[in-house]
Design a protein around this ligand. Sequence first.
Ligand SMILES: Cc1cc2nc3c(=O)[nH]c(=O)nc-3n(C[C@H](O)[C@H](O)[C@H](O)COP(=O)(O)OP(=O)(O)OC[C@H]3O[C@@H](n4cnc5c(N)ncnc54)[C@H](O)[C@@H]3O)c2cc1C
Length: 334
Amino acid sequence: MQNKRSYAIIGAGVAGLACGLHLAEAGHTVTLFDKGRRPGGRIATRRATGPLGPLVFNHGAQYATSRGANLLPFLKTLHEEGHAGAWPAAQRTEIAWVGMPGMSTLTQALADRATTSGATLLCDRHVSWRDDSGRLRHLPASDARPGQVTETGDITEPFDAVLLALPAPQAAPLFATTGHDFADSMARIVMAPCWATMIAFEHPIPGPDILRPDTGPLAFIARESSRPKSPHGPDRWMLHASAGWSRTHLEEPAEQVQQTLIASFQATMATTAIPNFVASHRWRHAQVEQALGLPCLWDPNARLGYCGDGCMGPRIEAAFDSGAALAQAVLASA
Ligand SMILES: Cc1cc2nc3c(=O)[nH]c(=O)nc-3n(C[C@H](O)[C@H](O)[C@H](O)COP(=O)(O)OP(=O)(O)OC[C@H]3O[C@@H](n4cnc5c(N)ncnc54)[C@H](O)[C@@H]3O)c2cc1C
C-alpha cells in the first residue's frame, strides 16, 4: 500500500462513516469523532418508555433511495443479512429502503464495517478546534456549547489530514478556526430545520400509513408500525413539520409546537383521539435546501476536507456518495 497515514474524521453520520470505511479499508489509520452517544447523526432511532411501555421511533431520515451505483450494493447486502428492506407504504417511484428494525441499523452496520476494518470510533467527543499541525481539541459533548470554540479539552497527536463530515453550519466554525476558505464554502450551503413530533396511541388510528400534506404545518406523517420488522406494540406515528413552518416556530417551546402538530395530525386523519405518549425533537439543521454542487471538498496542501449532504443534496445517498468521494480524493493524493 501507499504510506500509511492517519486521518481524523469529525462526524460519524453516513458521510463520515462511508469516508472512514474506505480509508480504513485502504489500510490507513482512521479515527472518527462524534459528539453523539452513538454514530448515525440524522439517521436516528429513539427508544422511549411511557405509559404504553417501550416505544421505538425513527425521528430523522425516514428512508433511503438509491439512484446511483454506490449505496445499492450496501443496501442489498444488508437486505440479505436481514437488516434492511423496502418500506412499501413510503414508496413513490423508487424503493424506499429502511434499516430493520430501525433506521439506525444502517449506520450501525457502516460503523461496524469501519471498525472491523481498523477504524477507531470515539463517541461523545465534541471536536472544537484544529491547529496548524493537525492536532484536534475534543471534549465530552456535555461540556461543549454548540457553535462555540472551546479552549479546554484533550488534544490529540497530529493527524495527517482532518476531514469534516458535519452539517455546514457546524463545520463552518471549525473551518473558521483554521482560517481556511472552506469556511466561505460552508456559508453557501443552506439548510432547513425540522420539528419532529413522536406520538403513540393505545388503539390504532384508522387511515393511511403515510401522508405528505402540501399545506399546513405538517409535511410528512408516517405510521411507524408500517415499517418492515417494526417492533409490535402501540400505534406509533412520526410527524415532521414542513421546513417553512419549522423555521418560523424554531424557538418555540416543544410543548407548544407539539400541540399544533398534533392538532394538524388530528385534522388530517379526521380523528379526535388524544395520544398517550408525546415527545419532540428539534433538528436545527435537517435538510439541505441549497448544496454546493460538488462531490466533496479536499485541499491536499492544507490537508483539510469536507463531505456530507451539503455537497450534493438532502439525501442519505448523497451523503454516502460524498463520503466515498472524499476518501477517493484523499487516497489519490496520499
Ligand atoms: C427530519 C429529517 C428527515 C429526513 N428525511 C430523509 C429521507 O427520508 N431520506 C433521505 O435520504 N434523507 C433524509 N434526511 C436527510 C439525511 O438524514 C441526511 O442527508 C444524511 O443523514 C446526512 O448525513 P451526514 O453524514 O452528511 O450528516 P449527519 O448525519 O448530520 O452527521 C454529522 C455528524 O456529526 C456530528 N457532529 C456535529 N458536530 C460535531 C463536532 N463538533 N464534533 C464531533 N461530532 C460532531 C453529529 O453528531 C453527527 O453525527 C432527513 C433528515 C432529517 C433531519
